[in-house]
Design a protein around this ligand. Structure first.
Ligand code: NAP
Ligand code: G4F
Length: 345
């Protein structure tokens, strides 16, 4: 079979890195869109996963010409649109930027991609955040009712780009993915913030971690499992949308408790509302709350029903909630204690 070519937008992000790795292992030629940032870009991705199979092209989802250029250079068979302003909390502060990247960005990309090659297949990174506070469990049949600018932008991308292009006969589909995490997760998302901070607390490098809403429930899976589902969706003959989730949900508080337990630093919760704290066995406060980490609107309870993906794609997650906590804590211990030991040398 001829070598396939994929273009990944958002290749420097959590999912982009796992997907690039996965596609290289499948023998793909992989191109990634890289936006210029002032700090050192993650260009090592080319060396880390490549052997020359990953090539990066400068571009930006906000700049049509750069998208055209990336498509002309890469000539992809498959496009994975993962680029996004992906932080829900920040979307309340930067709604226009969020809309321009997440919705208009897909519009620019899909319009040009289908013009250059009507046969190209496009995966769109949709999200459980589009359900807002629709009653769980959420499936492909549940109502979309976003409560954040991020959720709105992703819903517009789905309804105004994915659905109309598909109606015209093009191959484009949405993966409605529930939260997925990993040691590569940005530290401003709650799971990584907790694993990274509590490891520092455990090793005496930080006193405590300050957080927001502990009652929110999320259906947390492992990013490595979820990129496999993205690829599976594009191997089908006809495009369809799929919910990808573990089917198990936990509160943010439970994630903290499990992380602390795995670190051998069990915590007890006390207090109410903003005065709630978690204390370790010596009675030291290791988690406290601050209003600034609460959102204007909150999605309270996400729990996905991925029966359709399990039946039609044959997909199922391999990593459990406890495995995920263990994996993230162990990676952060290695990162933090490893680097600390290095500093002492
Ligand atoms: P992430 O780690 O935040 O990565 C986002 C990527 O988008 C980064 O590579 C970032 O580049 C890139 N990007 C941002 N703005 C851009 C622009 N203007 N032009 C080009 N690239 C731009 O996100 P993730 O967790 O990997 O998620 C991947 C996708 O899945 C996102 O679309 C997200 O909204 C969606 N999603 C994620 C989850 C989840 O739980 N992880 C769940 C459902 C849906 P820089 O490195 O330059 O910032
Ligand atoms: O980790 P989070 O920031 O993820 P959130 O908002 O669920 O969004 C992630 O998942 C979506 C899929 O549903 C993706 F589409 C999106 O791109 C992103 O990857 O927050 C999870 C929960 C929220 O309820 C938040 O209010 O944790 C709560 N939380 C409590 N304290 C906190 C904190 N979140 C963050 N980021 N930081 C805190 O200190």
């Amino acid at each position: 079979m001829a070598t396939k070519t994929a273009l990944i937008t958002g290749i420097t992000g959590q999912d982009g890195s796992y997907l690039a790795e996965f596609l290289v292992q499948k023998g793909y030629r992989v191109y990634g869109l890289l936006r210029r940032v002032s700090t050192d870009p993650f260009t090592r991705i080319e060396d880390l996963y490549g052997n020359g199979q990953i090539k990066l092209i400068y571009g930006n989802m906000r700049d049509e010409e750069t998208i055209k250029n990336a498509l002309k250079i890469s000539k992809p068979d498959e496009i994975y649109n993962l680029a996004a302003q992906s932080h829900v909390g920040i979307s309340f502060t930067c709604p226009d930027e969020t809309m321009d990247i997440n919705y208009r960005g897909l519009e620019r990309l899909a319009t040009e991609a289908f013009k250059q090659n009507p046969k190209v297949k496009i995966y769109q990174a949709s999200t459980s955040e589009m359900y807002g506070n629709t009653k769980p469990p959420q499936s492909e049949k549940s109502k979309f009712a976003p409560v954040s600018p991020y959720g709105e932008s992703k819903l517009l991308a789905h309804e105004k780009v994915v659905v109309p292009f598909r109606k015209k006969g093009f191959f484009i589909c949405s993966g409605v993915l529930f939260n997925h995490e990993s040691p590569r997760r940005g530290k401003h998302f709650v799971t990584r913030k907790v694993s990274h901070s509590l490891v520092k607390v455990k090793f005496g490098l930080q006193d405590m971690v300050t957080m927001g809403n502990l009652d929110a429930k999320r259906d947390w899976g492992f990013a490595g499992d979820y990129v496999r589902a993205m690829w599976m969706m594009l191997q089908r003959k006809t495009p369809e949308d799929f919910v990808i989730a573990t089917g198990e949900s936990h509160t943010v508080r439970e994630f903290v408790t499990e992380t602390a337990k795995y670190l051998g630093m069990p915590v007890k919760w006390s207090g109410k509302g903003l005065s709630e704290v978690a204390k370790d066995e010596k009675g030291r406060v290791v988690v406290k709350l601050d209003k600034k980490y609460y959102r204007l609107n909150e999605v309270n309870n996400l729990l996905g029903d991925s029966k359709k993906a399990r039946t039609k794609l044959g997909w199922k997650p391999q990593i459990t909630f406890k495995d995920l906590v263990k994996m993230m804590v162990e990676a952060d211990v290695k990162l933090i204690v490893g680097s600390n030991e290095h500093k002492d040398d």
